[in-house]
Design a protein around this ligand. Structure first.
Ligand code: ARG
Length: 458
């Protein structure tokens, strides 16, 4: 029987019941619902709805239920209860009889469901932060090993200037650091308890909601009951965080897919994260990375879906809000899984140092160096840029790199060029010159790795 059966003389149509019920997805909130119920029972003692003895009995039964759902959460799915709140209440009544029927005094599923989900979000944020930190750590470890692995850096996917594999790793480290900070910001705003807001107008029992909030580990209680039961900003923020995080992971995946291509051959992915073709025996496909790249679609889709669902809803609670959960669960599960996969890919990736260096030497990625050299000899940059452009065309025609041109050949483009140009054109010099903060010079990269290690140790 539904919790609200008294008002109805006909049973719900089975198809409507299936359409309306949320147990098949909100069963994941069982622990939070029980913990919220324990706190609520304490509040009911403070307003003399429950005696201390009654509350002790309820807490004992709720704790037993907690252990049982922790042990086997899927048992919940065998029930035909409408949602997790109904299920917990039903189980409680089975255990303690009529006393269980007192627990819902002054409470509504409207404040209960948003409280449960906020509690779930708080622990999920911690899990996401540790998964991101794990990947940040893998990136720093990889960077540490590859401080001397020179490779081409790209703009427009054209070889632009040499970088190191370490510097590439640290770029993703920065993105992931921002992802953590976004989650922390979200956590600060969502850490406010709606419990005790009733259905919409507040609970009729004069309890201390701040104290109730603190029992649940929230920083404070919400200020307005209408807002409390209908606010889903935290869902939107988390979906936004997940979308940005997935955009980062998709770029990471795409870079590695390119590096792993037969054309680039900079890296080799392990057999543990690749798969074969049913037709072409030679193939080893970067499926883990392609799925990471692909799954960003469903996460951004969840954000868009939730935005549209919440748009234009009148205050306060409407059943539309039940739609918050599936979007969120799917998006955050996906994000967690992709973070884990990205770390796995990185764990035993092989970097082909020789091939990376060879590619860095090609593509005239030291052309900027020659221009800077001319500037140092007194030629205005715009003019130097033009001269080097001509030198590149000349070198291409001779199928040579700039540093392979003889001094005579180079002098044909500008008479100020001398023998001291050759060391300037080396890869080592290209890297060392970029020594301002955030640049690719070995010293800067070393410092960035040390800073990252220090951040991760906190
Ligand atoms: N299952 C519902 C949800 O997730 C619980 C709230 C139901 N409230 C109501 N008045 N029908 O939103």
């Amino acid at each position: 029987m539904a919790l609200w059966g008294g008002r109805f003389s006909q049973a719900a149509d089975q198809r409507f019941k299936h359409f309306n019920d949320s147990l098949r997805f909100d069963y994941r909130l069982a622990e939070q619902d029980i913990i919220g119920s324990i706190a609520w029972s304490k509040a009911l003692v403070t307003v003399s709805v429950l005696s201390y003895d009654e509350q002790k009995k309820l807490v004992k039964a709720l704790n037993e239920l907690l252990v049982s759902v922790q042990h086997n959460p899927h048992q919940i799915l065998e029930s035909d209860a409408e949602d997790i709140h109904s299920w917990v209440e039903q189980k409680l009544i089975e255990k303690v009889g009529d006393l269980g029927k007192k627990l819902h005094t002054g409470r509504s599923r409207n404040d209960q469901s948003t409280t449960d989900l906020k509690l779930w979000c708080k622990s999920e944020i911690q899990q996401l932060i540790s998964a991101i930190n794990h990947l940040r750590q893998s990136l720093v470890n990889t960077a540490d090993k590859h401080q001397e692995t020179v490779m081409p850096g790209y703009t427009h996917l054209q070889r632009a200037q040499p970088i190191t594999f370490a510097h590439w790793c640290l770029a993703y480290y920065e993105m992931l650091t921002r992802d953590v900070s976004r989650l922390q910001d979200t956590l600060t705003r969502l850490d406010v308890s709606p419990l005790g807001s009733g259905a919409l107008a507040g609970t009729a029992y004069p309890m201390d909601r701040e104290e109730l909030a603190s029992w649940l580990g929230f920083a404070q209680a919400t200020n307005n009951s209408l807002d409390a039961v209908s606010d889903r900003d935290h869902i939107l923020e988390l979906l936004n965080n997940a979308s940005i995080g997935m955009v980062h992971l998709s770029r990471f995946a795409e870079d590695l897919i390119i590096f792993n291509s037969g054309e680039a051959n900079f890296v080799e992915l392990s057999d543990r994260v690749t798969s074969g073709s049913s037709l072409m025996p030679q193939k080893k496909n970067p499926d883990a990375l392609e799925l990471i790249r692909g799954k960003v679609g469903r996460v951004v889709g969840a954000l868009t879906g939730a935005m549209v669902t919440f748009k234009g809803l009148p205050l306060a609670y409407n059943k539309d809000l039940q739609e918050d959960k599936e979007h969120l669960f799917d998006a955050l599960d996906t994000w967690l899984e992709c973070l884990d996969m990205a770390a796995l890919v990185l764990e035993d990736i092989k970097i082909n140092n020789d091939r990376c260096r060879e590619a860095a030497k090609q593509g005239y990625s030291n052309a900027t160096e020659l221009a800077d050299y001319l500037v140092a000899k007194g030629i205005p940059f715009r003019e130097a840029h033009h001269i080097v452009g001509e030198a590149v065309v000349g070198a291409i025609a001779k199928q040579k790199a700039l540093e392979e041109l003889s001094l005579e050949e180079l002098k044909a483009f500008s008479s100020v060029i001398d023998n001291d140009v050759y060391p300037i054109l080396s890869l080592a010099s290209c890297l060392a010159k970029r020594c301002a903060k955030g640049g690719v010079s070995p010293d800067q990269v070393k410092m960035a790795i040390e800073n990252a290690k220090r951040q991760l140790a906190i």
